[in-house]
Design a protein around this ligand. Structure first.
Ligand SMILES: [Zn+2]
Ligand SMILES: [Zn+2]
Length: 334
């Protein structure tokens, strides 16, 4: 899967800087010392579900994609709960994720599996290349001082939750309730970037390698319908049909009923039927992947037609994106 020309020279793992993050992966083993109490297990399950929701409904569908609307206070609360998931700040997370969509599966995508499966899963986080927040990509939310503060002091969330877990359920609460659920939460979230771009079904011929994976959808409360999501990223709903279980969307519906969330966006019926591979649309993402693999297979004897084709496809996609941007702006202005 890994295409060598995809990773730039500064996309290297910073082992020394990543030591604390890597060490935390092993902390749940201390459960052999602290023991596993029922209270700690319940705490861990609750913290997994609540924080997964804050990441998928908050960091992802709200901050990165603005797929529904919130008042300023619920926005700050969702950002803070997201902070406790120890996935850095909301502005950092959402800015990187917007880059993922903008440059999906190109060398500028921070975590394309074409840079390697493990790179997409965890490597890119261990690289100092992506430490900084790209504020230009998230101007719309960076204007809120409370979000900038949380983004800068992102350690506050996990530390507060760690202390809370200890107070509620003792050492087992800290190790099992907090650390074990945090590590599971990390890897479940990471599968969206790794597994959901490698295994699963492609319904839509998107220009990337995104796939719909039931397993990832179950682990992440609905984020596994990732091909649907790349096809129509503005939607608050990622499971497009009743059989595509999307717990995050059901949670958002509940927040809507409570009048906390507003204007949940859904794909129009025409969009759900567009670009379907089964109805004959070209599978652009897979086609590009084959071309790149062909290029990588013979680096010393490249076929100029392959490069030409890739360039042509890039130009076409660029033009299509410009057209859809212009029509969106027309809708906004009118
Ligand atoms: Zn993706
Ligand atoms: Zn997304």
């Amino acid at each position: 899967m890994r295409l060598p020309q995809f990773r730039s020279a500064d996309e290297r793992i910073d082992w020394k800087g990543s030591f604390p993050f890597l060490a935390v992966q092993f902390l749940p083993l201390l459960a052999f010392v602290t023991g596993v109490t029922a209270k700690a297990v319940v705490l861990g399950v609750v913290l997994y579900l609540v924080r997964m929701f804050a990441i998928t409904a908050g960091y992802h569908r709200y901050f990165a994609h603005r797929s529904y609307r919130l008042g300023r206070v619920p926005q700050a609360i969702l950002a803070f709960v997201g902070l406790t998931a120890a996935q850095k700040g909301p502005l950092w997370w959402a800015a990187n994720h917007r880059d993922h969509h903008r440059y999906a599966d190109s060398p500028r995508d921070p975590h394309s599996p074409q840079k390697g499966f493990w790179w997409a899963h965890i490597g890119w986080i261990l690289s100092s290349r992506y430490n900084a927040t790209d504020f230009d990509a998230i101007e719309d939310f960076a204007k809120y001082p409370e979000l900038r503060w949380m983004n800068k002091h992102d350690w506050v969330g996990p530390w507060a939750l760690g202390v809370f877990s200890f107070l509620v359920a003792g050492w087992s609460g800290l190790i099992v309730g907090f650390f074990a659920s945090t590590v599971l939460l990390w890897h479940a979230t990471f599968t969206v970037n790794s597994v959901a771009h490698v295994w699963g079904k492609r319904r839509y011929g998107t220009g990337d390698t995104s796939r719909n994976s039931v397993t990832v959808a179950l682990l992440t409360m609905g984020e596994g319908w990732h091909n649907n999501h790349h096809h129509y990223p503005a939607s608050a709903r990622q499971g497009f049909y009743w059989w595509e279980l999307d717990m995050t969307y059901l949670g958002l519906r509940a927040l809507k009923a409570l009048r906390i969330a507003r204007d949940l966006r859904e794909p129009p019926a025409t969009a759900k039927l567009a670009r379907r591979i089964r109805s004959g649309h070209i599978d652009l993402g897979r086609f590009k992947l084959y071309l790149r693999r062909a290029q990588a297979a013979v680096p010393n004897d490249p076929d100029p037609r392959v490069a030409e084709l890739l360039e042509l496809l890039a130009q076409t996609e660029h033009r299509a994106a410009a057209v859809s941007r212009a029509s969106r702006e027309r809708v906004k202005a009118g």
